[in-house]
Design a protein. Structure first.
Length: 239
């Protein structure tokens, strides 16, 4: 997770906000910050009438544009990180005890705590998977709707009912919408698989998930979202 300051985000106020699949979501209308300049939330205007306050931890900067993580993806990456950390701790504890570097009473105390943490995380993972599955269902319904609209459009065009210029513009918009929905759906499925693996075995994240967790904070610089780093800057330094 990247923590932004006012100095970083002020130049994006009034700018467009997209999602990771290049959909235009709305406009950054305002930011909420602490006295030290750390931004804890942002206000986004969705469309031209709906304002919503969003946690700043869901915001990233990619190629000079603001990107808002979908709620399902934000929750998924967070639970993946926590599961991975908990399993690394469990393994470290077992290794220390096997080598005789910690006493049995300390081992048993920490093992019980790690088990409680993992049980809580598995419940969090279960809820997160439900959110992701609901989103997959929404995307599948939307893809079907787009395919129906595209079929009707093609039929009207072939029948000579609409002009070529309008047909091409509309068809391209529908295809882009379908492709973006498919991209999100496929990524959601991969992330569910990763969560399921982490729930049952000591595995590392595969390349596909590692790639989704990495966002460009500024051009030429990459940060992994789920590690906290406070970014500071000024208008002069960003010039």
């Amino acid at each position: 997770m990247v923590v932004y300051t006012v100095d970083i985000l002020d130049k994006y106020i009034g700018q467009k906000v997209k999602d990771p699949y290049n959909r235009s979501l709305g406009t950054l209308a305002s930011i909420y910050s602490e006295v030290d300049g750390t931004v804890n939330a942002v206000e986004i205007l969705f469309g031209d009438s709906v304002f919503k306050t969003v946690e700043a931890s869901r915001i990233t900067i990619h190629n000079g544009e603001l990107v808002l993580l979908p709620e399902w993806k934000y929750l998924a990456l967070r639970v993946i990180d926590r599961l991975e950390r908990a399993r690394r701790r469990a393994k470290a504890l077992e290794d220390l005890y096997a080598k005789g570097e910690i006493p049995k009473h300390a081992y048993e105390e920490f093992k019980a705590k790690v088990k409680r943490d993992l049980d809580n995380l598995k419940e969090e993972a279960r809820r997160t998977k439900t959110v992701i599955k609901n989103r997959i269902n929404e995307l599948e319904d939307q893809i079907v709707q787009i395919e129906k609209a595209l079929t009707a459009l093609k039929m009207s065009y072939i029948a000579g009912e609409i002009r070529e210029r309008g047909y091409k513009t509309a068809a391209e918009a529908l295809r882009q919408g379908r492709d973006r929905d498919l991209e999100e759906k496929n990524e959601a499925k991969k992330i569910i698989e990763t969560i399921q693996k982490l729930e049952t075995s000591d595995v590392e994240l595969d390349y596909a998930i590692q790639h989704t967790r990495t966002q460009h904070v500024e051009e030429g610089q990459e940060e992994t979202q789920l590690f906290v780093e406070v970014l500071q800057g000024s208008a002069e330094s960003n010039a």
